[in-house]
Write a protein that binds this ligand. Sequence first.
Ligand code: 5AD
Ligand code: SF4
Length: 442
Amino acid sequence: MKKAYIRTFGCQMNVYDTGKMLALLKNDGYEETHEMDEADLVIVNTCSIREKPELKVHSFLGEARKIKRNRPKKDMTIAISGCVAQQEGQNLLNRYPDVNLVFGPDAVPNISTLLSATYNQKQVLDTTFLDEADYVFASDIDPNATQRVGAFVTIQKGCDNKCTFCIVPTTRGKEVSRPSDQIVAEVRALVEQGIKEITLIGQNVNSYGLKKSGERTFAQLLYAVADVPGVERIRYTTSHPRDMGLDVMQAYRDLPQLCSQLHLPVQSGSSRILRRMKRFYTRERYLEVVDQLRSARPDIVLSTDFIIGFPGETDADFEQTMSLLEDVRFHSSFSFKYSERPGTPALRLVERDPIDQILAGERLMHLQKRQREIAQEEHMLLEGMVVPVLVEGPSRHDEGVICGRTHTFKTVNFPGDVAWVGQTRKIRITKAFANSLRGEAV
Ligand code: 5AD
Ligand code: SF4
């Protein structure tokens, strides 16, 4: 059997695409390896959301090239997929003569054909975007899915929003919703293989189905997935606050399978900055959505994304972001300094309002510190409580300790038996940390 090594950077979409690639490669006689040294095929699935992950790709390619050059017959195929591949295309092939194949996210379903083409062609490139009629959502089940308790299911690709900081619309193209019957069929197949928790993924899940006549809406899709027998938990990501409708709030009232956890990126607490980001909601509207969610599902736990130091962000704007954090009390957040991305509209704002990197760094540290405190405070409230935990597997650090997740997506570590994997157990929380909880089975 030939061996494939895939290194994945970036978001859940890339993780999912990697899973699909592995499934398709398996049909072609490949098995996965975790040692690049023994691989016949090396794929790096790349991310370009910020500059940092993009830079990592280049150091990875340096490593892969070295291994290839040291082989007497140079018998290693190197491929680059994902968002950097889509964005840079031919530039990557020019810069790295040892790379055989560069292909974008839309070409993932064609991986076999593309690899065959590399046998008689030195370098192959496929970064075409497919329109709705031609795009095929690969429906082979990820071979790694069966070993896990939860699985991702793609419901949509691309994004039609134009947030001014974001490169995704350029790298992943227009929004296309996957037919809901196909989604439900994939969920059914996963549950039959023992999967308990389904995470529906897309760049902007709340707008699912809206542009396709006769298709279910996102809320209707949630009901359809909940109807599949054996689905114990449903999560979804990523949501856009503008599109959180009342029908989704109703789903939180009706569907116990829908988890009490939501990642709802706010980006900034200042309506002025939100306008510059073209997010199409205000601070007030965001807080209203949070209120609506909490009245539909009082125990819902929220997390978010923040961008700090967006062009033109003043002290007053940053104060607004800090006060939003206090108002909502997110249990966790991803926060990054604004990063200039090629071809994005915000670059024009940078020219007008250059960013003081030192100030932005200080603001970021300040926000992250307060976020850690809030997380710790919220987690301490859980000490002594008994909560259902879906067991996922052995803990990475301690022998005899296993871990799982609460409905609210908290990781809990506790002494237990790996035979419990896939079961929901009652766990008493004994100690709170900022990023996880410790407990004991009751
Ligand atoms: N700079 C910093 N953060 C960004 N994100 C997206 N684009 C940028 C950028 N140019 C962040 C946003 C988004 C998350 C996935 O990445 O917060 O929600
Ligand atoms: Fe980027 Fe905005 Fe689309 Fe999210 S919604 S992928 S931030 S353009």
